[in-house]
Design a protein around this ligand. Structure first.
Ligand code: GDP
Ligand code: K
Ligand code: MG
Length: 277
């Protein structure tokens, strides 16, 4: 029988490898991704009678085509289609970590959010409302403290349930009327093309961001030039509207969304008002 695949994604130093080790113990293998020197770490865990294959993806802050680690991380998700992505977040730096989370959610795979470093967030006087995060992002939230191996069983339970539900992320950040109109237009063209391996909305956004990796692969497809011409026109129009590079406008929309989520989901205790030491 084939095992289910769980990809661990997250910012560098969010505790991914710690949690990977907590889960897989000695049952792991380290190699490289084909053709590149990026480390590939895989390990098995049997849970409730099922074998789970865990893949520790390279740590990244974003999923652009400008960095090899980021490209490897997103291509594993797109090409290998892990049954679920577990996004390990440093809960004490939630805003910065959610910037990657929204990009993972846009890839339309099932996602579980693990708020790791829950101890550090508490020490900093932060209270994070899981329900608001789940409502805003459409993904289950669990808490872990990786270096104390806390929350591991709960994470495995939540992952197992999410695999059973097999519900791809339907998260869609609202980029505003002008950009959304162009996303719809480009998605419409992409939908009529054969054998596009990417999630279409994600692909349309990446093309509008001038992502060279997806541009290169679309170029090779039948009617690729038609799509790229439409994307070029859309970019030119939008850059006139915003008077700025479209990739920056799109990045700012993500930052703005993440900022709003944090404003709603995190409350801060006054210094010295903490009940724990
Ligand atoms: P990675 O870069 O995401 O793989 O992060 P690592 O697993 O290497 O962890 C980075 C550091 O954070 C290590 O020193 C871990 O021991 C520590 N760490 C991991 N999880 C936690 C946690 O929940 N709380 C605290 N305080 N430290 C943690
Ligand atoms: K590290
Ligand atoms: Mg690591």
């Amino acid at each position: 029988t084939t095992s289910m695949t769980v990809a661990l994604a997250g910012n560098p130093n969010s505790g991914k490898t710690t949690i990977f080790n907590n889960i897989t113990g000695a049952r792991q293998h380290v190699g490289n991704y084909p053709g590149v020197t990026v480390e590939k770490r895989e390990g098995f865990r049997r849970f409730q009678g099922k074998d789970l294959l865990f893949v520790d993806l390279p740590g990244t802050y974003s999923l652009t085509a400008n960095a090899l680690d980021e490209l490897v991380a997103r291509n594993v998700i797109i090409d290998d289609k892990p049954d679920i992505i577990v996004n390990i977040l440093d809960a004490s730096n939630l805003e910065r970590n959610l910037y990657l989370a929204v990009q993972l959610l846009e890839l339309e795979r099932p996602v579980v959010l693990a708020l790791n470093m829950a101890d550090m967030a508490e020490k900093a006087g932060q209270t994070i409302n899981d329900h608001i995060l789940t409502r805003k992002l459409g993904a289950a939230v669990v808490r872990t403290v990786g270096n104390r191996n806390q929350g591991t069983a709960n994470l495995l339970q939540t992952v197992t349930e999410a695999i059973k539900m097999n519900k791809p992320s339907s998260f869609a950040l609202d980029y505003g009327n002008e950009i959304e109109a162009k996303i719809t237009e480009v998605t419409g063209i992409l939908a009529t093309m054969a054998a596009v391996k990417y999630p279409l909305r994600w692909l349309a956004i990446k093309l509008l961001e001038n992502d060279q990796d997806v541009i290169n692969s679309i170029k090779l497809m039948p009617r690729g030039s038609e799509v790229l011409a439409a994307v070029g026109n859309a970019r030119a129009e939008l850059q006139t509207v915003f008077n700025d590079e479209l990739e920056l406008v799109i990045a700012e929309a993500r930052y703005r969304f993440v900022g709003q989520v944090c404003q709603e989901a995190i409350s801060y205790q006054k210094h010295g008002a903490q009940t724990t030491s």
